[in-house]
Design a protein around this ligand. Structure first.
Ligand SMILES: *Cc1c(COP(=O)(O)O)cnc(C)c1O
Length: 360
């Protein structure tokens, strides 16, 4: 069997070119006679890999010099604890709950201080982004937390919240590098890379330098202090070395595609094909408010669970895989990250048209 169109929400599709290159370098990376997996993270060859990866990421996102880039482990979920442990100097923070990941972060933060839920879209199963233009931001909040793209529900903030001067912390796991960002607007931007950048096992944290201090929650483990990793340039202990190497290749690939402006254009075009079809279809329909639609994760339903299951089964057989919706919401979800080619979305829509004709 050849390559399929993989619509998985994560771990997810990677650029074929990157995978081929990695395969070529598997046994002998750049004349070292070994794989990157076998190499010391203190070696000259590896130092160059991680430094180049950081430099390329900085260039892609336009990361200012007063921000650190950290390559960490523990997935995005570990940040749910690291953020309050390191940033809750007043012991209080505000959370906007727009889905399961934001909710988990909010619940985890309650262990370390006072976490306030200042807005939520749970009343309508997270099918929209609440109005964040005039929030009741708490006076003592150390930060305002958002999950910028809601992977499970398929919503995305089109405007950042007005944090009334507080630091904005954002989980961008499922929209990382999908469009340009203004890094200066955030205190912390972070994401697990397995959605849009690389293999699971790496989480990237972009954090303003003045937020990295020794003044953390008492008892915070050494490994969970941003300062530990910032001081050691992400090499305090053995990093997820191979994963970072693949991320570096994806950064090069993104630069070759024309950077984040070009990705945004491409992603807009891809998503439009699918959304336009959903809006005209008599069988399928999108599940979220149009103004809040994500460019990366597109959930849809037929309204009939049996038909949904049939669709998932038949699409799988047609080489369009992992279209089943998240186990908590059902229906279908197409994740169309950076590395999903437009041909994949076209093939999906063609299949949906055919399925509609056969089943309506
Ligand atoms: C997948 C995901 C997570 C969880 O990532 P892990 O690396 O599995 O911990 C958190 N936030 C968002 C937005 C996600 O999509």
């Amino acid at each position: 069997m050849g390559r399929v169109y993989n619509f998985s929400a994560g771990p997810a599709v990677l650029p074929e070119e990157v995978l081929r290159e990695a395969a070529e370098e598997m046994l002998d990376y750049n004349g070292t006679g070994m794989s990157v997996m076998e190499m010391s993270h203190r070696s000259k060859a590896y130092k160059e890999i991680i430094e180049t990866a950081e430099a390329d990421l900085r260039e892609l996102m336009g990361i200012p010099d007063n921000y650190k880039v950290l390559f960490l482990q523990g997935g995005a979920s570990q940040q749910f604890a690291m953020i309050p442990m390191n940033l809750m100097k007043n012991g209080e923070a505000d959370y906007i709950v727009t889905g399961q990941w934001a909710k988990k972060a909010y619940q985890e933060a309650q262990k370390y201080g006072k976490a306030n839920k200042i807005a939520s879209s749970e009343d309508k199963t997270f099918s929209y982004i609440p109005d964040v233009s005039d929030l009741p931001v708490s006076e003592n909040a150390d930060y305002v937390y958002i999950c910028e793209n809601n992977t499970i529900y398929g919503t995305k903030y089109k405007e950042l919240p007005d944090t009334k001067g507080k630091i904005l912390v954002s989980d961008v796991s499922s929209c990382f590098l999908s469009e340009p960002v203004e890094v200066e607007k955030y205190g912390v931007i972070y994401g697990g890379v397995q959605k849009n950048i690389g293999p699971a096992g790496v989480v990237i944290v972009i954090i303003r330098e003045d937020l990295i201090t020794e003044d953390v929650l008492e008892g915070t483990p050494t490994m969970l202090k941003y300062k530990t990793h910032a001081d050691a340039e992400s090499l305090y202990n053995t990093p997820p070395a191979y994963g970072i190497y693949i991320c570096g290749k994806v950064f090069k690939w993104l630069k070759k595609q024309g950077g984040l402006e070009a990705m945004k254009k491409y992603n807009d075009k891809k998503a439009k094909i699918l959304y336009d079809f959903l809006d005209e279809s008599k069988l399928f329909k999108g599940t979220v408010e149009k103004k809040d639609r994500s460019l990366m994760n597109v959930p849809f339903v037929t309204g009939d669970e049996e038909l949904d299951a049939k669709f998932v089964k038949e699409s799988q057989a047609a080489g369009l895989v992992n279209l089943k919706g998240h186990r908590t919401v059902g229906g279908m979800r197409a994740s169309i990250y950076n590395a999903m080619p437009i041909e994949g979305v076209e093939a999906l829509v063609a299949f949906m048209r055919k399925f509609e004709e056969e089943n309506l």
